[in-house]
Design a protein around this ligand. Structure first.
Ligand code: NI
Length: 266
């Protein structure tokens, strides 16, 4: 699967659980010639064969190169970013849950999920479009994860997929500030993530970001009961130039920390 096929498959799987995404894309297309993604974000556990060390070769295999590493100790996460070969390729941001930092009982739940992964599901980049590679946990297990890590709970139910796509505000001809993009979204009825303020970061940190709150779907859990959970959201990013005149390419950990909360229940 080449780069283009990968992103179109990722987008299709994302739309299937994120009805807001197509509406948001169309909203921005009404006001702009074209919409380009700044980055896409992937989530995983730090357990083989789906830890970043095992998944990174698939990302490099479609022409990407490593950019930076990040740590989010209060969210039990580490992350890496990658740059694509063409200017318009979305950056890839992948985070992984540091399972060993969870309580013993939550480690058991996560290991129980990862033990179910079939090795043939983990041998190419397709893995990022497959969703859950394990049976969905019971509702009580999901809630036990949720108490300690919203990320772990989300991943246990949603599996590997794009957690969000991110519209590049820099590429828009209208709505070319984050403030105007946010206004457009709110007027159309979309709910923004206000954790850390509607806009995370600033011109000084060289990256401003905002995001919607994730959509919700009702799905049956392992005990057979149906419950509503958060799926995925849309993010918006505006980049500024560094002192050498180049557009800032990286991510700002303190902002990303708040963006993770876009899948929180409230
Ligand atoms: Ni993001």
């Amino acid at each position: 699967m080449n780069r283009k096929q990968f992103f179109s498959r990722l987008w299709r799987e994302y739309l299937a659980v994120t009805p807001q995404a197509e509406k948001i894309m169309n909203l921005f297309l009404e006001h702009n010639q074209r919409v380009v993604n700044d980055h896409i974000a992937l989530r995983t556990f730090d357990i083989a064969p789906i830890d970043i060390t095992h998944l990174e070769p698939f990302i490099l295999g479609i022409g990407y190169r490593p950019l930076e590493s990040y740590e989010f100790p209060n969210k039990h996460l580490k992350a890496r970013s990658y740059l694509g070969p063409d200017g318009d390729d979305p950056r890839i941001f992948i985070s992984q849950l540091m399972t060993e930092t969870l309580s013993k009982s939550n480690q058991q739940i996560v290991k129980g999920l990862c033990n179910q992964i079939k090795i043939e599901d983990a041998d190419n980049i397709d893995i990022f479009t497959k969703g859950r590679l394990w049976e969905i946990p019971r509702w009580d297990q999901y809630n036990q994860l949720l108490e300690e890590s919203e990320y772990a709970a989300w991943l246990s139910a949603m599996g590997l997929r794009a957690n969000h796509f991110t519209i590049s505000i820099n590429h828009l001809d209208q709505t070319n500030t984050l403030k105007s993009a946010n206004r457009l979204l709110k007027e159309a009825g979309f709910k923004l993530n206000t954790s850390g303020g509607e806009i995370k970061g600033s011109a000084e940190t060289l990256l401003e970001q905002s995001s919607t709150m994730a959509d919700k779907i009702s799905i049956p859990f392992g005990d057979g009961n149906i419950h509503e959970i958060s799926t995925c959201y849309y993010e918006f990013a505006r980049r500024y130039k560094t002192t050498d005149g180049q557009l800032f390419q990286g991510f700002v950990a303190s902002s990303a920390d708040k963006i993770f909360e876009s899948t929180n229940r409230t």
